[in-house]
Design a protein around this ligand. Structure first.
Ligand code: NDP
Length: 264
């Protein structure tokens, strides 16, 4: 039965600690996107100097609140707070970002609970474009917990043969030139140039870099690479909006999963 018929409105609660301007913009965009699709959302603010105990208490209260389906801790946290550790306090069934160790462990085991939003958005872009992953060679540049590692696992789960590159990779171009699917997630503007891409490849640019002139750019030299690639995502307007869409999709999923437990 649809959530609307059960009188359940998916609700996402985001926590921002401090006042990082970029985080504020990300959260504003998430709230706006939730409004557009009928998902309730709210942002809880804590002072930059708040204690770890205060943040944990807020997470605990949201975990217990049956009206809250998704909890999102906006990163980065102030340096005094241990983000890696604090994230683990989010209840796995509300971890719509998919970044707790429980969620990541489930992903590695092949039984994802919530797939992390940015890689999930990339997979959806590939699927919607009809790009075959099964049996293809994929290269992921970047090995972060948020993007690179889960991206590689999710491509592998869909049958791709995956190579992960990073800052210690000796000859990056040698690897990227073999990729049918190339995902760049490094935070290095223009790292991927036209001569590093296989003709016809699908190129997904996750990077978001602020240039000295204030403009946003990805990790891929868009003009040069679009002349070689079969398809390519732009920055801005490519993976970024997909990440937000997947936060919402995971929140709706969390709300759906909450129904049998609530009605029992
Ligand atoms: P991190 O800084 O955590 O990781 C960057 C990765 O890139 C590291 O693994 C690093 O290697 C690797 N790297 C850095 N320089 C090079 C290089 N010259 N050659 C090869 N690999 C390199 O960043 P994130 O993964 O969090 O984010 C990556 C980018 O994606 C950023 O621009 C970020 O803003 C953007 N992003 C975009 C999102 C969206 O919704 N579109 C969401 C999340 C992030 P090593 O491990 O060796 O240091």
């Amino acid at each position: 039965m649809a959530l609307g018929q059960l009188d359940v409105r998916p609700r996402l609660v985001a926590i921002q600690v401090g006042d990082n301007p970029a985080s504020r913009i990300y959260l504003r965009n998430k709230v706006r996107a939730c409004d557009e699709v009928g998902v309730d959302s709210e942002v809880h603010h804590l002072e930059a100097g708040c204690s770890q105990a205060a943040l944990l208490a807020m997470l605990e209260s949201l975990n217990r609140n049956a009206r809250v389906h998704g909890i999102l801790l906006q990163l980065p946290l102030p340096e005094a707070l241990d983000a890696g550790w604090i994230l683990q306090a989010i209840a796995p069934e509300k971890d719509v970002d998919g970044l707790t160790w429980a969620s990541l462990g489930a992903l590695i085991a092949g039984h994802p609970v919530f797939e992390p939003c940015t890689p999930r958005g990339v997979i959806m872009l590939l699927e919607r474009e009809g790009i075959v992953m099964d049996g293809r060679d994929a290269v992921v540049v970047g090995r972060s917990v948020i993007v690179g590692k889960p991206m590689a696992l999710m491509l592998m789960a869909r049958g791709a043969t995956v190579t992960i590159c990073h800052s210690r990779t000796r000859d990056l171009a040698k690897h990227t030139r073999g990729a049918d699917i190339l995902v760049a997630a490094t935070g290095r503007a223009g790292l991927i140039t036209g001569d590093m891409v296989k003709p016809g490849a699908a190129v997904i640019d996750v990077g978001i870099n602020r240039l000295p002139d204030g403009k946003l750019a990805g990790d891929v030299d868009f003009t040069a690479v679009s002349a070689v690639a079969g398809c390519i995502t732009p920055v801005p307007g490519g993976v970024g909006p997909m990440t937000i869409a997947m936060v919402i999709a995971n929140t709706v999923l969390a709300a759906e999963r909450s129904v049998p437990a609530r009605k029992a």
